[in-house]
Design a protein around this ligand. Structure first.
Ligand code: FAD
Length: 500
């Protein structure tokens, strides 16, 4: 019997019937599990409550693809995937991996654009089933397991009158998001990056021990967990997060311009920021294709600039007052469309601005790179022409102004700048991979002259492994290497993609 053909048929059949594991890209392109030199008899020694899938498992390919949320499934094939059900499982998996010389990668929400949890060979520890949330209302602290997603924390915290700067899309994993930085809802009032709201972590280290990391206990690990992102050398089994009072009134004003009016947009934003104190406002500018215009329409009829100011305040009056500088500016008088002072709940925010239907939130093939910059306006202008030539309609560029970041000795996150600017290539068909990766690659020389750093969760490390180093100051990068050597001397945990 031809095993390859049989297993391929089986995989195709199972994929066709399994929508719950996420939409799967072109079936024609579905790769078979690579042969590898791993001995499957080995798996029997790993006794855990959760599930262990090895290369011989008939569902191997389904599990492998489900590790990555979007459709750009990497051609990288782990030997083992271990879906843990408890912290005990994590410890058992780490010890087993160390004893059998499997390198470890970690998967939580699966949203990382590079698919960083999938490596060639080794063991993926999938923590997505660990979803407990405990809230200490008096201390305003959430203690969450690493499988918790954005919307889950919003809902549980809100019932206690509390909130957290969660990712803008409901399904993003909180551990990957916060450990790399985390530009959350209401970032401007919450320290710019959610990583600064990590007040403690529980970590299983390379020696299989579970340790607590806070500013006072294992401060080195605490420093590393706050910003290292997809190169961290341990498994985080719990995060303790600072919560904040839930804002009573969430209000947004949006303004739409043709892209040709970008100059009006950027100069008006600069003027508003000079003349008014809008430090509490989350201000986002998107260069995008108009969602209702056909994909092949010329750029002058399709490319727009979509500006939204979000106010998170305690009353509708305060929120309206916070948005007044926008309503009184050229954004209101010169835009094609104004949608002002709309009130939302957190759930409605996700749905209205970054829903699964929108370019930014939908499942597709996906790649992103970015700069942290003090010159968001200039960077947008430098990219505008290139954006007009975007190969597919959902490619977009997002600028988040007024991050209000402060450097901290307690965090390795070190790209301190006024704004985040991300270039997103989003497409559906595999045959457009090259076009989109090329387009993204070409954004780098255009935006990098304005960079003060980069955001590690959203760099395209598959094309440019050195991008990870550029996310940190030289001192912090050196300390990361030194801590890795100290806490994981055998190199049990995979480092950043492309780094040994
Ligand atoms: C649709 C979408 C919306 C997004 N929205 C935002 C947003 O609003 N703001 C923002 O800042 N970013 C956003 N992102 C980017 C997001 O922050 C990163 O992709 C992040 O890495 C996702 O984390 P994850 O846990 O879902 O992903 P995963 O792919 O599961 O994890 C990424 C990596 O993080 C590390 N990691 C995760 N959990 C652990 C753990 N428990 N222990 C040790 N290491 C761990 C591992 O190295 C892992 O490979 C978005 C991404 C997508 C696709």
């Amino acid at each position: 019997m031809n095993h390859k053909k049989t297993s391929r048929r089986l995989v195709l059949k199972q994929l066709a019937s399994m929508t719950a594991l996420g939409a799967v890209n072109s079936l024609r392109s579905l790769p078979l599990a690579a042969a590898g030199n791993y001995d499957p008899a080995d798996k029997a020694g790993l006794k855990i409550e959760g599930k262990v899938i090895d290369r011989k498992d008939e569902n191997y390919e389904i599990w492998r693809q489900s590790m990555v949320w979007h459709h750009s499934k990497p051609n990288r094939y782990p030997d083992l995937m271990v879906r843990v059900q408890s912290e005990r499982d994590v410890i058992a998996a780490v010890k087993y991996a160390a004893a059998h010389k499997h390198k470890i990668s970690i998967r939580s929400g699966g949203h990382n654009s590079t698919g960083s949890s999938l490596r060639d060979g080794g063991m993926v520890i999938d923590v997505s089933a660990l979803g407990d949330i405990q809230i200490d209302v008096s201390k305003q602290i959430a203690s969450i397991q690493p499988g918790v997603r954005s919307l889950q924390l919003v809902t549980v915290a809100r019932d206690k009158g509390l909130s957290f700067p969660v990712p803008h899309c409901p399904s993003v994993g909180l551990s990957g998001f916060t450990m790399g930085g985390g530009i959350g809802w209401n970032y401007a009032q919450r320290g710019g990056m959610s990583t600064f709201s990590i007040v403690g972590a529980e970590i299983v280290t390379a020696d299989g021990k579970q340790v607590v990391a806070t500013a006072d206990q294992n401060p080195d690990l605490y420093w590393a967990v706050r910003g290292m992102g997809p190169g961290f050398f341990g498994v985080v089994t719990r995060l303790h997060l600072q919560l904040y009072p839930v804002p009573e009134a969430i209000m947004a004003s949006s303004y739409i311009f043709p892209l040709d009016k970008l100059e009006t947009v950027t100069t008006t934003i600069d003027e508003i920021r000079k003349r008014h104190n809008i430090e509490r406002i989350e201000l986002i500018t998107l260069l995008m294709h108009h969602p209702e215009v056909p994909a092949d329409a010329p750029p002058e009829k399709s490319k727009i600039c979509f500006v939204t100011a979000f106010a998170f305040e305690n009353s509708t009056d305060k929120a309206r007052a916070a948005l007044a500088p926008f309503a009184q500016s050229a954004l209101a008088t010169e835009s094609l469309v104004q949608i002002e002072n709309q009130q939302f709940s957190f759930e409605e925010l996700y749905d209205r601005y970054f829903s699964l239907r929108d370019p930014a939130g939908r499942m597709a093939r996906y790649a992103v790179d970015n700069v942290m910059t003090d010159e968001a306006g200039k960077t947008l202008h430098a990219l505008a022409d290139h954006f007009r030539r975007a190969p597919t309609k959902d490619c977009h560029i997002l600028a988040a102004y007024g991050m209000n970041l402060q450097a901290s000795d307690d965090a390795c996150f070190s790209s301190i700048a006024d704004a985040y600017l991300g270039c997103y290539a989003i497409w559906d068909r595999e045959e457009n991979d090259k076009l989109n990766f090329d387009w993204l690659q070409q954004t780098i020389p255009l935006m990098d002259p304005f960079a003060k750093g980069h955001y590690v969760n959203e760099v395209e490390g598959r094309l440019n492994p050195d991008r990870y180093r550029q996310c940190f100051t030289a001192d912090n990068w050196a300390r990361i290497q030194q801590l890795r050597q100290q806490h994981d001397p055998q190199g049990l945990f995979y480092s950043y993609l492309g780094h040994s």
